[in-house]
Each structure stands twice: as C-alpha cells, then as structure tokens.
Design a protein around this ligand. Structure first.
Ligand code: NAD
Length: 257
C-alpha cells in the first residue's frame, strides 16, 4: 500500500495577504511542496521581497496586487495570475485578515466594515472569482479559508473579528455544499494564537505573558505547526475532506469552563 500523497507538484496556488506573517509562510510551504505560488497583497512592491526569497530557493513564485475587499481588484489579480501561469489557479488560500478592536458598543461602522469586509466578504469575493474561472472548464480546485479559534469561541473586545471568522466557517460549509459536485473542495483552518512578527512584542509584554499562562498548552503555536494541516487540506491526501474545519490550537479551545 502506498503512503498518502502530500505533493502539490504541478499545482497553481494563490495566497492572499502574502506580503508578511502567516500568508508569506504559507506561500513558502506550498511552493516547497511543489506548487507554483502567486503571492497576493495590496502593495505589490511589498511582495517583491517575499517572491525574491522564494525564487532564491529555486521555487516558482509570482506577485500580484490585490485588495480582497475590492471586486475589480480581485478580478484583475486573477486575470494577471492566469496570464503569467497560462492556466487557471487551482488552489486558493484565503489568508488576508485584520483583527480590529473595541467593545461591541464602541465599534464604529467603518471599523466593523473593515473587519467584516476583509475577513468575510473578501474570502467570498476571492473564492467566487476562483471558482468562476474553474467551472466553465470543469476543472477541480481547492479552497482553504484561514479562520480562527475566535470563530469557534469568543473573547472580549474583538466581536467583529469573532463574528467574521464564525461567518467564514459557515461559508466554508455552504460553499462545500454547492461546489463539491464540481470537484471543488472548501475547508477551513482555525489556528490558535500563533507567534508572528506582528504579535511577538505583545506576547513578551505583561498582558501577553498572562494570556499565555491561561492557554492550555502554556505556549504560543509556531507558524510551522500549521504546515501539516495546510498540506493535508491542499493535497490529494485530503481528497475526501470537504466542508471541514481543522483546528490547530494546542487544545486552547478545550480550556476549562
Ligand atoms: P498579519 O497582519 O501579519 O497578516 C495579514 C495579511 O493580510 C497582511 O499581509 C495584510 O497586509 C493582509 N491584508 C489585510 N487586509 C487586506 C486586504 N484588504 N487585501 C489584501 N490583503 C490584506 O496577520 P497574520 O497573523 O499573519 O494572520 C493571517 C491570517 O491568519 C488572518 O486571517 C488571521 O485572522 C489568521 N489568524 C492568525 C492567528 C495568529 O495568531 N497569528 C490566529 C488565528 C488566525
């Protein structure tokens, strides 16, 4: 019996919000597994570094400018990617996201819109464009939405974020229901707190250290600890996983009530 196939060789992947943080990391993982990757973010210049780094490793990487909240920008980015690749993308990681802060009675309409537009409307717009380009040619594809454990349970002062990430989990199921028959898989990953450049300083501060003490694992996750789940969802090894969420949080959600 052969082992499961985790290879992405020959695949064409797009990762949103890939200029830094987890998105940049995910792009590297997909490329090392064999995919040609397209890194998308708002400022194409900021992506140049990331693309350069991957190419220096001998990997196939390209950059496109994309604001996930803007329908025209999403369409233009897919057209540009398809032109460079010579074929439609077949793997999408909806990673771009923003946190937002403030108690539910304090959030402004603009603040709410920024979070929900980026974290929920954005993944819908990007996956709609992705699938519209696959369906006419009856091509299969894979969508991975990056949600959060805050889409499964709540914390104070991030209600828009919680609502958007919970909505993304439901969107995952609704899309899988509609697209499964077309050979398109849609799954979500729900990371716990993962150390990135952006939150490193906070987690070294007193409030950050107190938060870590309350975590079940008593530590943050590392970006590379998401790689196994990412590759399982992306690759043929996950061919019958559809409409699911994989939580990667060191049992943070299992905290005692
Ligand atoms: P980050 O802020 O470093 O990365 C987010 C990226 O999204 C940035 O590159 C940003 O420029 C991009 N982005 C924001 N708005 C955009 C838009 N309108 N169009 C295109 N790109 C846009 O954060 P991160 O920690 O790397 O988070 C990546 C994803 O993982 C987010 O969806 C986040 O909610 C999720 N997540 C992170 C953690 C964590 O602990 N780091 C935990 C759970 C979920």
């Amino acid at each position: 019996m052969s082992l499961p196939d985790f290879s992405l060789s020959g695949r064409r992947a797009l990762v949103t919000g890939a200029s830094g943080g987890l998105g940049r990391h995910f792009a590297g993982v997909l490329a090392r597994a064999g995919a040609t990757v397209v890194l998308a973010a708002r400022r194409a210049e900021a992506l140049a570094d990331a693309v350069e780094e991957l190419r220096a490793e001998g990997l196939q990487a390209h950059a496109v400018a994309m604001d996930v909240t803007d329908e025209a920008s999403v369409a233009a980015a897919f057209a540009a990617a398809e032109q460079v690749l010579g074929a439609p993308l077949d793997l999408l990681v909806n990673n771009a996201g923003v946190a937002g802060e403030g108690f539910a009675h304090e959030i402004t309409v603009a603040g709410w819109d920024q979070v929900v537009d980026t974290n929920l409307k954005g993944p819908w717009l990007v996956s709609r464009e992705f699938v519209q380009r696959l369906l006419p040619q009856a091509l299969p594809g894979v969508v991975i939405h990056i949600s959060s454990i805050l889409g499964q349970r709540v914390a104070q002062s991030v209600s828009a974020y919680c609502a958007s990430k919970a909505g993304l989990l439901h969107l995952t199921e609704a899309q899988a229901l509609e697209w499964s028959r077309h050979g398109i898989r849609v799954n979500a990953m729900a990371p716990g707190y993962i150390e990135t450049d952006l939150n490193r300083e906070f987690f070294q501060s007193e409030p950050g250290l107190r938060l870590i003490k309350r975590m079940t694992a008593r530590r943050l996750g590392r970006a590379e600890e998401l790689d196994g789940a990412l590759l399982l969802l992306a690759s043929p090894a996950g061919s019958f996983i559809n409409g699911s969420v994989i939580t990667v949080d060191g049992a943070h959600l299992c905290s005692s009530l």
